[in-house]
Design a protein around this ligand. Structure first.
Ligand code: PAJ
Length: 261
């Protein structure tokens, strides 16, 4: 795997890549787990080359504490990239990425702002701005995002379309632990007792036939504090706090199937 610490070096290398070679891109913030690995696997299957970026983007953390405590596990991450046979890895730094001092930003101006956009003000401006910068630097044919962060995927897909960027934005299924809990960097912060609550959260939330009001009450009784629980376009979305650890999840609701004799 070729590692690029310097963006100018990557850009020179990118210019020299054969134009008909397809390039798949997986942007990440590191602390890699099986969810990230599944995106790399899909990119490997669909492209000649795969590139992963690792950059803990300061502008998308609406709480400084969260940014400070974000796990930094570069050595282990590089081992995972090697195991996944990723071709290139780009490791930008703040200075290079935000040489403009975050003067130029991509902002979703739609109203009302809902779910993550409502509860984490400024978060998606940070996400859209960094993803725009990374897509411009990498110039991939395809870019891979997890359905785990479905609202993020939708916004990036729509931004790419709005700015006529010739990139295929792919959504990849959420990868879960055996308990049903979606892999997330934040899971590492759960104590043994909190983990049990997180697992019962995942199992309860996935009872898709349970009406939303009943689901709300059941989760609250389990000691899980709900930030939002909403349904949009046949998908159920949730954000919860297990003490101070925030988890999100979503899934497609099965349509009511009518059986005929
Ligand atoms: P990060 O949280 O590192 O996630 C990188 C990608 O992995 C995202 O597309 C995310 O949806 C996906 N992912 C995370 N957990 C997953 C799981 N359990 N199953 C499947 N996919 C999963 O999301 C970000 O970073 C950042 O916002 C980023 C897009 C890199 C911009 O900074």
């Amino acid at each position: 795997m070729k590692i690029f610490n310097d963006l100018a070096e990557w850009q020179r290398f990118r210019d020299e890549l054969t134009p008909d070679l397809s390039l798949g891109f997986v942007p990440t913030m590191g602390n890699l787990h099986r969810g990230h690995a599944s995106l790399m696997k899909q990119s490997k299957q669909e492209n000649d080359c795969t590139i992963v970026s690792i950059f803990i983007n300061p502008t998308q953390f609406n709480q400084t504490e969260d940014f400070i405590h974000y796990p930094r596990t570069l050595d282990n991450d590089l081992d995972i990239l090697t195991q996944c046979s990723v071709d290139f890895c780009v490791l930008p730094n703040d200075k290079q990425i935000y040489a403009d001092g975050f003067k130029f930003q991509i902002h979703d101006a739609s109203q009302p702002q809902r779910m993550e956009a409502h509860h984490r003000p400024g978060h998606f401006t940070g996400v859209l701005t960094i993803v725009m910068k990374l897509l411009t630097l990498v110039r991939p044919h395809r870019a891979y995002f997890g359905e785990k962060d479905y609202q993020q995927y939708q916004l990036i897909r729509d931004m790419v379309s709005a700015f006529f960027m010739n990139i295929d934005v792919k959504a990849c299924p959420t990868i879960r632990e055996a308990s049903g809990l979606a892999y997330s960097s934040r899971n590492n912060r759960l104590s043994a007792e909190q983990r049990l609550r997180a697992e019962s959260f995942a199992q309860t939330f996935h009872q898709s036939s349970m009406p939303i009001n009943q689901l709300y009450d059941t989760l609250e009784k389990l000691g899980i504090s709900i930030e939002y629980l909403e349904e949009h376009e046949n998908r159920r979305f949730i954000s919860v706090n297990i003490d101070n650890i925030r988890l999100i999840d979503n899934y497609v609701l099965l349509k009511n199937i009518e059986f005929k004799d």
